[in-house]
Design a protein around this ligand. Structure first.
Ligand code: GAL
Length: 696
């Protein structure tokens, strides 16, 4: 029997399988399930995610019989378990005995039992019952050989990311008191002398509820931080129980990609393995681009360690207004994209398509038609292919660029009011900057604006509204050591208490960026602004900005790279570059369109000494995983026409089982996984996509 290092996924192959809800089916059906799972190459299933009410029908009495039987049956068929602590949704009896476990919305309305996740994150009653169940699960199954991983709760914050009930309000006050100590310190931090908001006692403070006008921005920001921390506290409480009872078993909770409500840097630090649920919309022909950003985050949350795609839809979901299925090949390609980006497997929601309940129209590996369903045909074919990729397990993704993701800045810049413009959207900006790097052929990691290492040649900062001195120092050191940095508009505006930096933006980054911002000039809806062409570019193609521009003044040493044309800002600097130490820092004062961002980032990449694709392309993606000796280069064709791609020498296509020389033709929605001797910089230099094949 394989032995596994402590607190790692106990599986010696890439994971393949999905959520399994045996409690919705008869035991006769279970037998068919395991047979078909085996046939489809399933080696891991997640269960029993929502079964608390069946395990604990009456308080404190656990009925494990059915769960024992299903776990033993799965194990007898060689299938391991991502074992849920089953605390994602409380039983009705708990809610009725203790109605105060139910969450409230901002208006004070209590949310009623009738869906899932019917709990307030701060409820100690809920926590006590959840921990008791967690301990019972750990005692019961901690030594079971099928146990591969603990799956704590499910998608924290999916339905209830914030709660405004009296218990949450009390918890918020305690959190504030821990953060600020005296009430005077809180008054200073929140700037309560504005609009007469001063408090004389913590008991006077409430979460930001529906109010008469704009609410104190720091109060709102702190409520975001608190709400993320409240769920983290609950997560940590379950982790503590599991670490005590089963210290060697890895723990995870499934994330929801770039999810605004939870600071995943903190959540990832608490767990052993990052897992993600990804639902790119098949109706969007470019959904794979933000998916690459999400996967970049997942692999970066624990410093490049492999992660696991724990849920994706085999075809349609059931929770959009219009639920478009995945075209043949799309599910395979999406799965391979996640693996390319560092996932050690591909899992689905769910194994067998439901017959009842809100998810009966959600696709599953085994569709309503059973073995003949297209989803079973395609997922079982993929299960066979995944086995050919076993050598990839544990390898790391190579990336030379990274994007800064910072939840404080996301929350602060998303305040519902009192900003220069409500149109500058953190997620849209981050996706746009990442998308431009993607189009130019780069795989992009994600970093905090802290502890930056020289591992990257270029770090992009689309929108870092809140900057503290440590972050500023980290960014500065990165550039001094030879790194290239580019910072987008409305960055380094305020400190962590939302106070404008003395002297204005970009506050502690002023010297690094070589610029001072005088005033924000948001662009009215529907209008555009032009910016002079970049050096070396065709003089007839100016850059275009929408949404946002700024009145800035460069310092004497900084180079003005481009200027505004026309309008009030005509002739003023728009893009500035400042050589600092051994590197360079750029400041972009406008929200550029996708094409303009691509042009600008092409120039910045070239100056950083990094390769770029001759023609930008968002359809054909090339990502490399490596063990240092052998590279695995994934060629993923998300487009609707075939692409011809030149290949590195000594390449062998693991999926086709053939050696490849010079070129490979990858059909629409097709993929190749090329094994070849490691070459750190092979991605963009030797793999090219002839322009005739690239776009539809
Ligand atoms: C996820 C959830 C699953 C299932 C899935 C459907 O958010 O974790 O339980 O509901 O969505 O897409």
């Amino acid at each position: 029997m394989t032995t596994f290092p402590p607190r790692t996924l106990r599986l010696d192959a890439l994971a393949y399988g999905g959520d399994y809800n045996p409690d919705q089916w008869s035991e006769e059906t279970w037998k068919e399930d395991v047979r078909l799972m085996q046939q489809a190459g399933v080696n891991l299933v997640s269960l029993p995610v929502f079964s608390w009410p069946l395990i604990e029908k009456t308080p404190g009495t656990y009925e494990f019989g059915w769960l024992d039987r299903v776990i033993d049956l799965l194990w007898a068929h060689g299938i391991k378990i991502d074992l849920a602590t089953a605390t994602a949704t409380p039983p009705a009896w708990l809610v009725r005995q203790h109605p105060d476990v139910l969450p409230h919305n901002a208006d004070g309305t209590r949310l009623e039992f009738g869906s899932r996740q019917a709990y307030c994150p701060s409820s100690l009653t809920f926590r006590e019952h959840a921990l008791r169940l967690t301990e019972a699960m750990a005692n019961r199954y901690g030594d079971h050989p099928a146990l591969a991983l603990w799956h704590i709760s499910n998608e924290y914050g999916d339905h209830v990311p914030r709660c405004w009930c009296p218990i949450s309000a009390e918890h918020f006050r305690r959190w504030l008191e821990r953060r600020y100590g005296t009430i005077d310190a809180l008054n200073t931090a929140w700037g309560t002398s504005c609009w007469g908001q001063n408090y004389t006692d913590y008991s006077q403070i409430e979460p930001p509820r529906t109010s008469m006008g704009p609410i104190n921005p720091t109060q709102q920001l702190d409520f975001e931080r608190f709400s993320s921390d409240a769920l983290l506290e609950l997560f940590q409480a379950e982790i503590d129980v599991l670490r005590r009872v089963t210290p060697d078993i890895a723990v995870t909770t499934n994330f929801m990609s770039l999810f605004k409500e939870l600071n995943y840097w903190d959540f990832a630090a608490a767990e052993d393995l990052v897992t993600d649920d990804a639902y790119p919309d098949p109706a969007d022909p470019y959904a794979h681009v933000p998916a690459a950003l999400n996967y970049g985050l997942m692999r970066s949350l624990k410093g490049g360690q492999p992660w696991l795609l724990l849920e994706q839809a085999p075809s349609a979901v059931s929770w959009r207004d219009v639920n478009v299925p995945k075209a043949p090949g799309r599910m395979r390609l999406d799965s391979l994209q996640a693996i390319a980006h560092g996932s050690d497997g591909a899992m689905f929601f769910q194994w067998r398509q439901a017959k009842f309940g809100p998810e009966k129209y959600h696709s599953a590996m085994l569709g309503h038609r059973g073995e003949n369903s297209r989803s079973y045909q395609e997922t079982s074919a993929l299960g066979a292919e995944i086995k050919k990729l076993g050598a990839i397990r544990g390898t790391r993704v190579t990336a030379r660029t990274a994007v800064v993701v910072d939840w404080d800045s996301w929350w602060g810049s998303a305040a519902p009011d009192s900003l220069p413009s409500q149109r500058l959207d953190w997620l849209a900006q981050t996706r746009a900057w990442h998308g431009a790097l993607y189009a130019l052929g780069h795989t992009v990691d994600v970093v905090k604006a802290a502890d930056l290492t020289a591992a990257y040649d270029l770090i992009v900062v689309p929108n870092l509204y809140i900057v503290d001195d440590d972050q500023a120092q980290s960014l500065t050191t990165f550039v001094e050591n030879g790194g290239h940095l580019i910072v987008g508009p409305f960055s380094a505006v305020v400190d962590p208490t939302e106070k404008v930096h003395t002297g204005g933006a970009p506050g502690p980054l002023r010297n690094l960026l070589g610029v001072e911002v005088d005033e924000w000039w948001p662009v009215p809806d529907g209008q555009e602004r032009t910016i002079t062409p970049l050096p070396g570019a065709d003089k007839s193609t100016p850059l275009t900005a929408t949404i946002w521009t700024e009145w800035i003044d460069p310092t004497a040493d900084a180079d003005v790279i481009a200027r505004y044309e026309g309008g009030v800002l005509a002739g003023r600097a728009a893009i500035v570059r400042n050589h600092h130490g051994n590197g360079a820092a750029w400041y972009v004062s406008a929200a550029l369109t996708d094409d303009s961002l691509e042009e600008l980032l092409r120039l910045v990449l070239e100056e950083a000494g990094l390769p770029t694709r001759p023609t930008s392309n968002r359809r054909v993606e090339i990502v490399t995983r490596t063990d240092g000796t052998t590279d695995y280069t994934f060629v993923l064709n998300h487009g609707t026409t075939a692409a011809t791609v030149s290949v590195p020498t000594g390449a062998h296509d693991l999926l086709a089982g053939t050696d490849v020389t010079e070129h490979i033709e990858v059909p629409s929605l097709g993929a190749a996984v090329l094994r070849h001797p490691a070459r750190y910089d092979q991605d963009l230099l030797t793999v090219t996509i002839p322009s005739k094949n690239i776009e539809v």
